[in-house]
Write a protein that binds this ligand. Sequence first.
Ligand code: CP
Ligand code: NVA
Length: 315
Amino acid sequence: MTTTTDFGRLSVPDLLCTSALDRDDLQRIFDTAAALKRGREVHTDVLRHKRLAMIFEKDSLRTRFTFEIGMQDLGGSATFMDHRDARLGSRESVKDMAKNLERWAHGIVARTFKHKVLEELAEHAGVPVINGLSDFVHPCQALADYFTLTERWGDLTGRTLTFVGDGNNTCHALIHTAVRLGVHIRVCSPEGYEPNARVVNEAMRVAAATGSEVTILNDPDAAADGADAIYTDVWASMGQEDEIEERNGIFADYQVDADLMGKAKPEAVFMHCLPAHRGWEVAQDVMDGPQSVVYDIAENRLHVQKAVLALLMAR
Ligand code: CP
Ligand code: NVA
């Protein structure tokens, strides 16, 4: 059975950062993702004959597969360009790439080292640009993360998510999104590895209006105390490979293990964007234990990104 559904639109033309989304956008994405997930045996052809261009400067399993499969599910197609050996803008300008791609594709997903490159692509492309991970933020990940929590708990207002580890791209997206959903966010990092101060300050301003609390601290036990969710990510992100050894030492006390999970609520969940390194940022028994929702999140990348594609490209 094939159906076409009008899911509506987002208030923004691109998805570069969840800080550009308002509460209605977030709800629309979650509602659409839930509808698409419920009806996954029903093929909606809302993106029939639409083409997605995907340019990735870094490795990917989840983001690549979920966007490619998502486009197929919605009746369209995706073309992937592996750009590991040549950064965007090195063979020709980012502007010229954007001006070419918009002639062939109805949307672009890019995974870049520099967030600025994404902004430049979006500035020059007359089609939606979606951030598949930059050095600054990982918006699709955060959307799947909070969607996963809404499936379990419904309205997330007043829930507490604790991020333990590097104040990185994943962490920034979690902060941006938390304060717009009324979620309290605590980030616990070693000194010098806290999230970007501008992200934190902007989040605090939004939080004042939405009732969220933003707390930055260095003590994992205090951060985990009574939390609803404990989240971690790799200690060295892609592009920081030469710092791995140094970071493994600095972050050694920031592993999410059973003791730390024990400080959170008994029904708390463990979250990770993946890929994960068992024995480093997360203990094996936590990663593979009953509180872990990591594969639910990975599945939801598909449903949430289908929602984003439909809401940005079906116009
Ligand atoms: N979480 C995530 O974005 O995974 P990939 O790097 O495999 O796409
Ligand atoms: N912080 C990680 C996320 C990978 C999905 C990185 O940038 O490598």
